[in-house]
Design a binder for this molecule. Structure first.
Ligand SMILES: NC(=O)c1ccc[n+]([C@@H]2O[C@H](COP(=O)([O-])OP(=O)(O)OC[C@H]3O[C@@H](n4cnc5c(N)ncnc54)[C@H](O)[C@@H]3O)[C@@H](O)[C@H]2O)c1
Length: 419
């Protein structure tokens, strides 16, 4: 028997497997991608938060194993689902990956199983989409099997707050379901916080992401206004952050990225419409944030105009950092993709440098060495560590800094334009 199966061996599933395995539980990762499964079984990690040497140790000890075979779920006590929950082209929730996997799980469901959905989703998913599929087997929730929702709150690349020490929210379909899930997570993570229903747990995760999206939109709007007023938005945010209470600092940037913030809020928007409710804060934040790559193009154009007397057309531009945030190579929803596309459409010759992203296959580009010549402009989209931004200020003809990476030196430099 295996203690825990995790369906979906991605950014969420692999760190979760490590946390359970470190706590002495046996873990089976189930993924449809045979290449990923083979890689994991060799003890090699493709997730930056889980170092290969640590994974190898767990694989060699027999505590972590991976498979493509759903049949192996029959011999597992608990089944945790960590699968993608994207939006459709019409920006509506696409639960097909989750529901497809739940159908597979239902075929193997047996008395005693605990099933937990971890994927971010709208309130009601566990009860309306997962439960009926599992109960169609004839087994009864709370009696024969247990079902709960427990959102993953991991922030890839972050070292202070990890899957282990971020409190785990748990909401079961019945009280017994909550207790069973809380007991399991309690063996592996530092803190478990119980809520009274899966809906509360589902909405908790969405509230966290919407909170970020709305506050980022606020400072993005402020940044655009500050540009017209000639005020340094970074200085203002830094000053406001000295207030010891009632203010939380968010930073403007070239747009939202990652699997969560640009997508998850719209799961709630969709669900709210079913009740004739319009989530206006979410829509407005989406509008402001989605406009940021266009604002980037406009700033780069102005900087070229003033700094080089050049237009975007024909200019050589180096985009510095393309991952959606510093320290990792995750390109999902990265605003750099949109910025590069806009610059290329305007006729600029765009190259990029990112040590974490050697290839940008969707744009047919490869990372080039970091040089300031022969570029007309260096646009800092992602402020990875390990780059001497001060030297860049000395060497580059024109810099447009969307992350305040050039700091105090960039503040007074005539060749630096800041968001
Ligand atoms: N990445 C994050 O930072 C983060 C943080 C918190 C919550 N979440 C949420 O967690 C969920 C999972 O996200 P992720 O980032 O780990 O996704 P991911 O894309 O990194 O990983 C998903 C894995 O599932 C596999 N897969 C896809 N369909 C499958 C199927 N039918 N059966 C088995 N395996 C299948 C893929 O091969 C992949 O390995 C999402 O709902 C996401 O919103 C993500």
């Amino acid at each position: 028997m295996t203690d825990v199966a995790i369906v979906g061996a991605g950014y969420v599933g692999v760190p979760l497997a490590q946390v359970f395995a470190d706590a002495g539980r046996s873990v089976l990762l189930v993924d449809r991608d045979a290449e990923r499964v083979a890689t994991l079984n060799r003890g090699e990690s493709y997730i930056e938060d889980v170092p290969s040497d640590e994974l190898k140790r767990l694989v060699d000890a027999g505590t972590v194993r991976a498979t493509t075979d759903y049949d192996e779920l029959r011999d597992c006590d608990a089944i945790l689902i960590a699968l993608p929950t994207p939006l459709s082209k019409q920006r509506e929730p696409d639960l097909s990956i989750v529901t497809g996997a739940v159908d597979e799980i239902a075929r193997r469901l047996r008395p005693g199983h605990l099933v937990v959905l971890e994927s971010t989703t709208y309130p009601g998913t566990t009860r309306e989409e997962v439960l009926p599929r599992l109960e169609a087997t004839g087994l009864k929730v709370g009696e024969d099997f247990h079902l709960a929702f427990s959102p993953e709150r991991v922030d890839p690349g972050r070292e202070d707050w990890t899957t282990k020490n971020v409190p785990k929210i748990v909401g079961g379909v019945t009280g017994a379901c909550t207790e069973r899930a809380a007991e399991l997570y309690g063996t592996a993570v530092d803190t478990v916080h119980r809520v009274t229903s899966p809906e509360s747990a589902e909405l908790t995760k969405l509230l966290e992401n919407i909170f970020r999206s709305v506050n980022i939109a606020l400072v993005n709007e402020l940044a655009q206004m500050c540009e017209r007023l000639g005020i340094d938005v970074w200085e203002v945010i830094e000053a406001a952050a000295t207030k010891p209470f009632g203010f939380m600092s968010f930073k403007p940037g070239p747009g939202l990225g990652g699997h969560c913030i640009p997508i998850d809020p719209f799961y709630l928007t969709w669900k709210a419409r079913e009740y004739g409710f319009y989530t206006e804060f979410i829509e407005l934040a989406g509008k402001v944030n989605e406009n940021m790559p266009y604002h980037c193009r406009s700033l780069i154009s102005q900087a070229l105009n003033h700094g080089r007397e050049k237009s975007l057309k024909g200019s050589k531009i180096l985009v510095l950092g393309v991952a959606y945030k510093p320290g990792i190579g995750d390109m999902r929803e990265s605003p750099a993709l949109k910025v590069i596309e806009l610059l290329q459409t305007a006729g600029a010759e765009v190259s990029y440098h990112d040590a974490h992203v050697p290839e940008l296959t969707e744009l047919g580009l490869s990372s080039v060495p970091l040089e300031t010549e022969p570029y007309d402009c260096v646009a800092i989209i992602t402020d990875h560590g390990g780059i001497d931004y001060e030297a860049l200020v000395d060497d580059a003809a024109v810099i447009v800094d969307f992350r305040n990476a050039t700091g105090a030196k960039g503040k007074n430099a005539p060749n630096v334009w800041k968001l």
